[in-house]
Design a protein around this ligand. Sequence first.
Ligand code: HAM
Length: 444
Amino acid sequence: MITKPKGCNDLYGIEAKKWKYVDKVIDALMEKYNYSYIRTPIFESTELFHRGVGETTDIVTKETYDFKDRSDRSLSLRPEGTASIARSYIENKMYANGDVVKVYYNGTMYRYERPQAGRDREFTQFGCEVLGTDDPMVDAEVISMPVVLYKLLGLREIKVRINSLGDNESRKNYREALYNYFEPHIGELCEDCQERLKKNPLRILDCKVDKDNDLLKNAPKTIDYLNEDSKKRFEDVQAYLNELDIDFEIDERLVRGLDYYNHTVFEIDTLAEGFGSNNTLGGGGRYNGLVKELGGPETSCMGFAMGFGRVMEALEIEGVELPIKDDVEVFIMYVSETEKMFATSLTQYLRGNGFRVDTDYSGRGLKGQFKIADRLKAKYLIILNDEDLKNDMVRVKDNVKKSEEEVPVDYLIYYFDEHLQDEDEMDEADKFLKENEGEKNEEI
Ligand code: HAM
């Protein structure tokens, strides 16, 4: 048997319905925030991630899936979305009219990690990026948006941690302080960290091997190395977060595992009991230097990404029931060939009029078809019969109340309109947002 690659997942059945539902809530929310959807390639030039994500990050040194194509080009499966968005922003000259660009994406990323709960080799990220503004108000919007999303979905146990790495000057000072602090003790750290000391001592702070070493715990804090401008900026971000009513903590050790950050960085954790140790639902921050680094104009940016699977897991653990549609509205049953022919067009006709309709495809007898209808949780059954059809009538059975009546074929649409007052799924996601936002506003 050929099995799926390690660290990858198949998504199907009820789980797939839940994912698609959350997809729709995200689309509806992003529309409200006026972010446009963007899709970039799943593979890019290897160089993009080396220059974009950073030569010294774990992601680039150990985790990218690199390959050569048939023309000997070096390509990599994308390990994250931000570098690709910056590349696309430059390549498509999205900066040309000077507008702020707000985009979101939702797709698979690839990292060669040791597979474990919450850590896959193929995983899905929903993320957003705001390019072309340095306003701290945007930092607060990008931090608050996932908090709003998680609350809308029904998550309660979340914690927001923020920090600031400051501007280039502050970062440089902090880097020096870290170097001086770690250098005398470098023998106590893992081999990778010894390498990191020279290249980028900040990376030592998010080492997965040394993470419990006291040396890391007592390391200098970013906050003590912020210059006045950076400090003021960080205070502004906090003021906007307070204005938006977002609870947060300052985590002085938060540096994030990618090289492009400056100023604000943040992560959102789930505190749900029973969630494994990889409990960060998402994170992001400001990356004012990346677009320039990749050959574009000086552009200030802020963004965020979340692990879709981790959010689904948190919903499961918190026992949140998503309002997904897991049934069909009408199941059409038949026995003879003429009935089957009529079932074919009736199925299409009802679907075309907006109903969720299914029928039998495997030539089962009526008894078997009743069973399938129950498995599909059909609300109504249409039981075709040649005699009834001669009179342009069908029998409709309410599969919940078990009552049955004869309905003229011409009247079926009105009949189901009256009996199935359901909205389609898209409206459902919008309704969900409205109801939940309404609730939130009442709280204000
Ligand atoms: P990141 O922290 O590397 O940031 O990833 C964001 C989120 O993706 C993580 O918090 C986690 O939920 C999820 N994630 C990461 N790796 C895995 C994995 N192997 N398996 C499952 N989930 C995973 C970024 O990727 C940045 N691009 C975020 C960003 C956007 N910064 C600015 N803009």
